[in-house]
Design a protein around this ligand. Structure first.
Ligand code: ADP
Ligand code: MG
Length: 585
């Protein structure tokens, strides 16, 4: 076949396929147009998951009668005039493709009026061809009615999912825009049933409550605008406290300059900001907005406009990571609340079996004047806000030891009520921060062994340990090769206290070096492993002095409420909760 230019009809069908993938894409394009038109009220109505009809009505600027037909032509837009505009896009739309694309695969009725005109106009199109045009009375604004989506593209229609799935896609888009545009009142119905209604009063918290419900919506922490107010990249929005987490990334949203985008790297920046604060394989809930100069970000990556490119991606990454982390640490409520379980956990039996030799008490003690720094987020050792964050937020109040339960939990009293501390998790956290703090500020002191101790490992583990010797040296170990598969241990990191070098090095050698979802250095990973080994175990009886030393140390650390693996260290039961449990109210 000879090369031919595609007929307009085929070309526009191909182009439409990129913009209009499913009913939710239609809703997205139409609502973005409404927002671009300055509407503060947007109503969305669907039938059959948008397959039968989608109606979007706004009170925005409207389309002048003289331009209405043009609005449905491909590459017709009122948002760009010169090529330079492409590099500083301030509107959600700019490609002039959406109306043309939607019209080419459905039956469209557009009714609109601008404030400059007395009567409005209505245009009907089928498969992109105009079938009727009339004058009508209409309030200022625009209504687009899309019927029989993909009626002329049977292949696409067949690929649509169940109505429920399509509704979910529509809602997931609309809820995000409702949160990002709190000054706009959204009203959404599916098959006549209300799905979302937001007040449009400009308060994003109210929208969060409307969207996520009082429990989740109310728990989210606002990223303080002051954090980045003076900077080129402003980060805002809401993030979950460390007590709120989900099994997947579905609750992570990024809005860049008012546009919902998918960006793997920035998503990762948010996840990394929670490093060691969430249980493993759990993901935070976050709605993060980033505002930066339009010239710094290129939206023209894909027709659906859901991806962006940054001129300086690293800076944006750090800005997001720091703002989120500072918020999570500083703004977190004073304590995780504890709802007492009806059946008291019998943690004793199993954990007691792992009873190990009690560590000397000195290891809990902090030397007078010793510096403690928060564990900087691994990929960003300069995360400044952490140190300041210690002054309030998650820090623990002074606690008085009451006793020990099941040789595993410390019972303590604080100003609010009862505190239960997991001794192993708490000690792990203390050691972790001491080790990383020392490492970040110039080196972990070594504690020489009275007599150098040989450690022999299986050959494959010995090989792996050999690779890690430089990292271990940084962390205060003095270990040298000593014949095949044998090492001589001369000194251990001082903060860890007396330890069995054999077990410790076996742990380090056996650890998976595989890629974790979160980038972290060999040192941090190693620190977590050795702290786990060095911490007091569940099932160890502690003296009152030891318990007190542990609590004093825990009060000092930056993130006392989770262990380095993200499990909680402290449960709190307030006096009010106690009173309620005893029906004293
Ligand atoms: P784009 O949004 O990229 O400009 P569209 O095809 O989505 O392209 O829309 C074409 C034009 O129609 C817009 O530039 C705008 O002038 C006008 N328009 C579309 N929807 C609306 C609306 N709801 N209110 C006012 N004008 C609109
Ligand atoms: Mg548009």
């Amino acid at each position: 076949m000879p090369i031919q230019l595609l007929p307009e009809e085929i070309a526009s069908r191909i182009a439409a396929g990129e913009v209009v993938e499913r009913p939710a894409s239609v809703v997205k394009e139409l609502v973005e147009n409404s927002l671009d038109a300055g509407a503060d009220r947007v109503e969305v109505e669907t039938r059959a998951g948008g397959k039968e009809r989608i109606r979007v009505r706004d009170n925005g600027a409207g389309i002048p009668t003289a331009e209405l037909e043009l609005a449905f032509r491909r590459h017709a837009t009122s948002k760009l005039t010169q090529v330079e505009d492409l590099y500083q896009i301030a509107t959600l739309g700019f490609r002039g493709e959406a109306l043309a694309s939607i019209a080419s695969v459905s039956r469209v009725t557009c009714t609109t009026r601008t404030s400059a005109e007395e009567v409005g106009s209505r245009l009907r199109l089928e498969g992109g061809a105009i079938t009727a045009r009339t004058s009508v009375g209409y309030p200022r604004g625009t209504e687009l009615l899309i019927e029989d989506l993909f009626y002329n593209v049977p292949a696409r229609r067949k690929f649509l999912h169940a109505e429920r799935t399509e509704r979910r896609h529509i809602d997931s888009f609309l809820t995000r825009y409702a949160i990002a545009y709190p000054e706009v009142a959204f009203h959404v119905t599916h098959d006549g049933r209300e799905a979302l209604r937001t007040p449009g009063q400009g308060d994003p918290r109210e929208v969060l409550l409307a969207v996520y419900g009082t429990e989740l919506g109310g728990s989210l922490l606002a990223i303080p605008p002051e954090l980045t107010a003076e900077q080129e990249i402003r980060v805002g929005g809401f993030v979950g406290p460390t007590t709120v987490h989900r099994a997947n990334r579905g609750y992570l949203t990024l809005m860049i300059n008012g546009r919902w985008v998918e960006d793997l790297r920035l998503t990762y920046a948010i996840i990394q900001a929670y490093h060691t604060l969430l249980p493993v394989k759990r993901y935070p809930v976050a709605f993060v907005t980033v505002e930066l100069s339009a010239e710094e970000v290129d939206v023209n990556v894909h027709p659906a406009k859901t991806e962006v490119r940054f001129r300086d991606g690293d800076t944006v990454f750090r800005a997001v990571q720091r703002a989120v982390r500072a918020t999570v640490i500083e703004e977190a409520p004073a304590a995780a609340t504890w709802t007492p379980a009806p059946t008291p956990a019998s943690a004793g039996g199993e954990t007691r079996a792992r009873l190990a030799a009690l560590q000397p008490a000195q290891q809990f003690r902090l030397e007078e004047g010793s510096t403690l720094h928060g564990p900087a987020a691994p990929a960003d050792t300069s995360a400044v806000p952490e140190r300041e964050a210690r002054r309030n937020g998650q820090k623990l109040p002074p606690l008085r030891v009451v006793g020990q339960v099941a040789s595993t939990f410390i019972v303590a009293e604080g100003p609010q009520g009862l505190y239960l501390i997991d001794q192993h998790a708490a000690h792990e956290r203390v050691l972790y921060e001491q080790m990383l703090g020392a490492w970040n500020t110039g080196g972990v002191p070594s504690q020489p062994l009275l007599e150098p101790q040989p450690v022999t490992l299986p050959p494959d583990e010995a090989a792996r340990l050999e690779e890690q010797l430089p990292a271990l040296a940084e962390l205060g170990f003095q270990v040298e090769p000593f014949g095949p598969a044998t090492f001589l241990v001369r000194a251990l990191p001082a903060p860890l206290g007396a330890l069995q070098p054999q077990a410790l090095l076996a742990d380090v050698a056996a650890a998976e070096l595989g890629t974790s979802p979160i980038r972290e250095g060999l040192e941090e990973r190693t620190v977590r492993i050795i702290c786990k080994r060095a911490a007091v175990k569940a099932g160890q009886i502690l003296s009152r002095e030891e318990m007190e030393a542990l609590l004093r140390a825990l009060e000092e650390v930056a993130n006392p409420r989770t262990c380095p693996h993200g499990r909680p260290t402290v449960l709190e039961l307030s006096v009010e909760q106690l009173a309620a449990q005893f029906a004293r109210r």
